[in-house]
Design a protein around this ligand. Structure first.
Ligand code: PLP
Length: 401
């Protein structure tokens, strides 16, 4: 090929969830009746008052470049949110607005990671953490967090993973893909470890903060250990809570020097997040919040349905997630079985292919999230489709022997 692709692109893979979503759409367009469980986004509409705010902003001329780090108005709304909901006080230079939480994480890692630097990533993890670390030239240090510990990192495992080269620990709870959350005590054990290692900074990815079940409380590490604020980047956004994935607005709050570096990088890539998206995000963050509660109640019902149905499938075991909208089901019990067409199931990638071919159901393999022997289902889709898709999975698993 006449144009050579840079070596650093060989260090990363395309996002499995984005590619899975595209593959399912292509199959549907080719006439296959595929139910896709790959999408990590609410199927609900963005609240009408948010859409109206965006419309008004456009008519009033909010259609131009903004400050690279975000509009003063949205930064103020983010600061109000962090104060109101998390009881953490940030000044204007400690906040950045980006094109989704993904760009916040991308900018943070690209601004701080270089060869020789390690980033500690508990598995299962959101796929971008290790890939962006590698893109930046660093080394992801993965901590296996088995189902027996609720897919959560323990203080002992964290202590063992820290080296003089560690620069970040990335925590994400409610977790994609496991749905796990940390209690105050569990987080305190982790923050105690970090307090003993002042060279390790923390990214807390709180994007699923509002999507949690059974009345569970949300806390992040800075709330538990305020002394960590000076080396923590809080990452959040409007995508999941407000059904605004397509608007692409996320934010980060952390030390001013880090935020300044991230804005410098952003000014040379996307310049600024969309002006219209930013106006919409102000309306989302300032409320009203009734749709957030309503959507979460719908997700909770779907979670119960999905977990109940998946546990009917022979040799599949699914725990009940505490937050986010993913079920992470164990499928290791299917390994070694044979499909009616004779093919043998050897790993979770085989399970995913089998379910797509035999049941027209698209799910994602646990191995893509750093844990072999599971598959991930997003239950953020219409209840009838969810029921039909899970029943197809049950029937397909019954046909293996
Ligand atoms: N962090 C986690 C854990 C996610 O699952 C996602 C999206 O799937 C993001 C961040 C990115 O969110 P955004 O749409 O704001 O870029």
């Amino acid at each position: 090929m006449p144009i050579r692709i840079a070596e650093r692109l060989n260090r990363i893979s395309a996002s499995v969830s984005s590619m899975g979503r595209q593959r399912a759409r292509e199959l549907r367009e080719a006439g296959r009746d595929v139910i896709s469980f790959t999408t990590g986004e609410p199927d609900m509409q963005t609240p009408p008052h948010v859409i109206e705010a965006a419309h008004r902003a456009m008519l009033e001329g909010d259609t131009k470049y903004t400050d690279p780090g975000g509009t003063p108005e949205l930064i103020a709304a983010v600061r109000r949110k962090l104060q109101r909901e998390n009881r953490i006080t940030y000044s204007h230079p400690e906040v950045v607005i980006s094109t989704g939480a993904k760009q916040v994480i991308f900018n943070a890692l690209m601004s701080t990671v270089e060869p020789g630097v390690e980033v500690i990533v508990p598995a299962p993890y959101w796929v971008s953490y290790p890939d962006v670390t590698r893109l930046a030239g660093g080394t992801p240090v993965v901590i296996d967090c088995p189902a027996e510990t609720g897919f959560k990192v323990t203080a002992e495992a964290l202590e063992r993973a820290i080296t003089p080269r560690s620069r970040w620990l990335i925590l994400n709870a409610p977790n994609n893909p496991s749905g796990s959350m940390y209690s105050r005590q569990e987080l305190k054990a982790l923050t105690d470890v970090l307090m003993r290692h002042p060279h390790v900074a923390l990214i807390t990815d709180d994007i699923y903060e509002h999507i949690r079940y059974d009345g569970r409380e949300f806390v992040n590490a800075v709330q538990v250990e305020p002394a960590l604020k000076e080396r923590t980047l809080v990452v959040n956004g409007v995508s999941k809570a407000y059904a605004m994935t397509g608007w692409r607005i996320g934010y980060g709050a952390g030390p001013a020097e880090l935020i300044k570096a991230m804005i410098k990088l952003q000014s040379q890539s996307t310049t600024n997040p969309s002006s219209v998206g930013q106006a919409a995000a102000i309306a989302a963050l300032d409320g009203p919040y009734d749709t957030v509660a309503r959507n979460t109640a719908i997700f909770e019902e779907r979670r119960d349905l999905c977990v109940e149905l998946l546990n009917r499938a022979p040799d599949v075991a699914c725990h009940s997630p505490e937050g986010a909208f993913y079920a992470f089901a164990s499928c290791a019990g299917l390994f070694g079985k044979r499909a009616p067409d004779g093919r043998r199931i050897a790993d979770d990638a085989d399970v995913v292919m089998y379910l797509l071919d035999a049941a027209n159901v698209a799910v994602l393999p646990g191995s893509a999230y750093g844990v072999e022997g599971f598959f991930r289902i997003s239950f953020a889709l219409a209840t009838e489709q969810l029921r039909e898709g899970c029943e197809r999975i049950v029937r397909a698993c019954e046909q293996l022997n």
